[in-house]
Design a binder for this molecule. Structure first.
Ligand SMILES: [Zn+2]
Length: 458
C-alpha cells in the first residue's frame, strides 16, 4: 500500500492509494492541459463505487465543481469538491481503454490507457477490472451540443499549477491516472501530481457543524414511543443546545416522576462532561452500542484483516457477548487484552483496548436492556439526517447561522409533533399593529359593492 503524501504520476501511468474519511485529496496539473481520471471504492464495502449517474442526477448538471458532491452507486457521498481552480471536468465518459483506441481511433496497436492503469493500481485492493465504471475525469473538457447532444472534446482548460481538491466522505481505495488519450490532452502526454498533506477537514473552509440532541420516550420494553428533536446551527461549545436539552430533560420528571433516565452518546469526552454534570437529572449512562461495535470491529480487523470471514465471524461473536452477556464488557476487554499481547505491533488493538477500558462503566448493556432502557443513539443519528442533512446539506448550499436556525427550529417542532402549539405561541407574541402608508393601495374588502366610478376629469 502506498502511503499518500505526495505522489508524482509520470505521463500515461497511474497510482492507487488509501484515503481516510475527512482527508483532502488535491489533484494538480503541473504543466497544464492534462487530464487525470479519478476512481474510488469504499474501503469497507468495495461494492460501493463512484457513480456518474447518481452524482449528475443529484447535482442536476453535468459540470460538477466547488460545493458539489460525488456520490456512490448507492447514493452515499464519497467526495465533496472543496476548491476548484479549473471548473471544467467530465463525468460522462469512461476511462480511455485499449478498446477506446481501437473502436474510436481505429488503432489496434497496444496503447497505454487510463483503464489499464486503474486496473493495475487497484488490483492491490482486490478490485477487479469489471468493477471499474465511468471515472470522474478531472480537467477533461467535454462540450455538449444542446440540440444534437453531440460531444466535442476540447483541450483541458487547466493551466500549469491548477488544482482541484476533494474531501473524502468515507474511507476509500482510490485510483488516479495521468490520462493516455491523445485528444483529451491536446495531443501531448504530461504528468499529474496528487497530494494529501495529512490535512483533514471536517467541512469546507469556514464551515462548522450543526448539532442535534433528542429526548426519546420508550415504553417498558424499550420500544420508542416518541421523541423531542432539537437541532442548532453551529455555536461555540453548543451552549444553546445544551441549555435547551437540560430544560427539556428537567421538565420530564416533574410530569412523570416514575420514568427512568438513560443518557446515550458516543465516547467523545465533552459529551460526557456535559451529560454527567449537574445540569441534567441523574440517570444511567451508556456509550452508544453501535459506536462500541464499530470500535470492536476496528480492533479485530487490525489483526484478522478488513472484510475477511475471520473478522466478520469474530466481530459478530464478541459483539453479541458485549450486548447480551452479564459482564460482557469485561469479557470483551479480556479478549482484546489477549489480542494486544499476541500482536504487540498492532497499534489499533491497543488503542481500542484503551477505549473499552475507559468507557467500561458505560457499557453494561445487558443490565441496561434488562431494565428496558435504550443502549443505542439511533434516534439522534436519524435526527441529524432528517432534521439537518436532508434539508440543509444538499450540494452547493451555503447557510448563514441565522438562516440555518430559521429552518432548523420549525423543522424541529414539526419532527417533535409540536408544530401547532409552537406556531400558536409565536403567532400570539408576534401580533403587531400595521400602519398602512398613505401611498399604498389598501386591499378592498370583498363584500363592499362597487360604486360606479366618477368619470375622470382632466
Ligand atoms: Zn484516459
Amino acid at each position: 500500500m502506498t502511503p499518500l503524501h505526495r505522489i508524482h504520476i509520470p505521463p500515461q501511468t497511474g497510482t492507487g492509494f488509501e484515503l481516510r474519511k475527512g482527508q483532502v485529496l488535491r489533484i494538480t496539473d503541473p504543466t497544464g492541459e492534462q487530464v487525470s481520471d479519478l476512481m474510488a471504492f469504499s474501503k469497507h464495502d468495495p461494492k460501493k463505487v463512484l457513480s456518474s449517474g447518481r452524482s449528475i442526477d443529484y447535482a442536476n448538471t453535468i459540470y460538477l465543481t466547488t460545493g458539489h458532491t460525488l456520490y456512490s452507486n448507492d447514493s452515499e457521498p464519497m467526495f465533496t469538491i472543496l476548491e476548484d481552480k479549473v471548473g471544467r471536468h467530465d463525468f460522462l465518459l469512461t476511462p480511455c481503454s485499449q478498446e477506446t483506441f481501437s473502436i474510436i481511433y481505429k488503432n489496434d496497436a497496444p496503447h497505454p490507457s487510463c483503464f489499464g492503469n486503474l486496473v493495475k493500481n487497484l488490483e492491490q485492493f482486490g478490485i477487479e477490472p469489471h468493477q471499474i465504471p465511468t471515472t470522474f475525469n478531472v480537467f477533461m473538457n467535454v462540450m455538449v451540443d444542446p440540440e444534437k447532444g453531440e460531444l466535442t472534446i476540447g483541450p483541458p482548460r487547466s493551466k500549469a499549477g491548477d488544482y482541484t481538491e476533494f474531501r473524502a466522505e468515507m474511507d476509500m481505495f482510490v485510483g488516479v491516472t495521468a490520462c493516455s488519450a491523445e485528444m483529451s490532452n491536446n495531443y501531448s502526454f504530461k504528468p499529474i501530481d496528487v497530494a494529501n498533506d495529512g490535512r483533514t477537514s471536517k467541512g469546507p473552509a469556514g464551515y462548522r457543524e450543526a448539532s442535534c440532541a433528542t429526548v426519546s420516550f420508550c415504553d417498558g420494553k424499550g420500544d420508542l414511543i416518541g421523541a423531542i428533536r432539537i437541532a442548532r446551527a453551529p455555536e461555540a461549545k453548543k451552549a444553546t443546545l445544551k441549555k435547551m436539552l437540560a430544560a427539556e430533560v428537567s421538565a420530564v420528571p416533574l410530569a412523570r416522576p416514575n420514568l427512568k433516565v438513560v443518557k446515550v452518546a458516543d465516547g467523545a469526552l465533552d459529551n460526557w462532561d456535559y451529560l454527567s454534570s449537574s445540569a441534567l437529572p441523574a440517570g444511567e449512562e451508556a456509550v452508544d452500542f453501535y459506536h462500541a461495535s464499530e470500535h470492536l470491529h476496528d480492533a479485530i480487523a487490525n489483526v484478522h484483516g478488513d472484510g475477511t470471514h475471520e473478522t466478520r465471524f469474530r466481530h459478530a461473536t464478541l459483539r453479541e457477548t458485549l450486548r447480551d452477556d452479564d459482564g460482557g464488557i469485561d469479557k470483551v476487554i479480556r479478549a482484546l487484552k489477549h489480542l494486544a499481547t499476541k500482536h504487540p505491533q498492532k497499534k489499533i488493538v491497543a488503542r481500542e483496548l484503551a477505549y473499552f477500558r475507559k468507557n467500561r462503566k458505560r457499557m453494561c448493556y445487558s443490565a441496561l436492556k434488562a431494565k428496558g432502557l435504550m443502549i443505542g443513539s439511533g434516534v439522534v443519528e436519524a435526527a441529524c439526517k432528517t432534521l439537518v442533512t436532508q434539508r440543509l446539506k444538499q450540494s452547493g448550499m451555503r447557510w448563514s447561522v441565522r438562516g440555518a436556525q430559521a429552518i432548523l427550529t420549525p423543522r424541529g417542532w414539526d419532527q417533535s409533533e409540536r408544530f401547532d402549539n409552537a406556531w400558536a405561541l409565536i403567532a400570539a407574541t408576534f401580533q403587531a399593529d400595521i400602519t398602512v402608508l398613505a401611498n399604498v393601495i389598501a386591499f378592498k374588502p370583498v363584500a363592499t359593492p362597487r360604486k360606479p366610478r366618477p368619470k375622470a376629469s382632466r
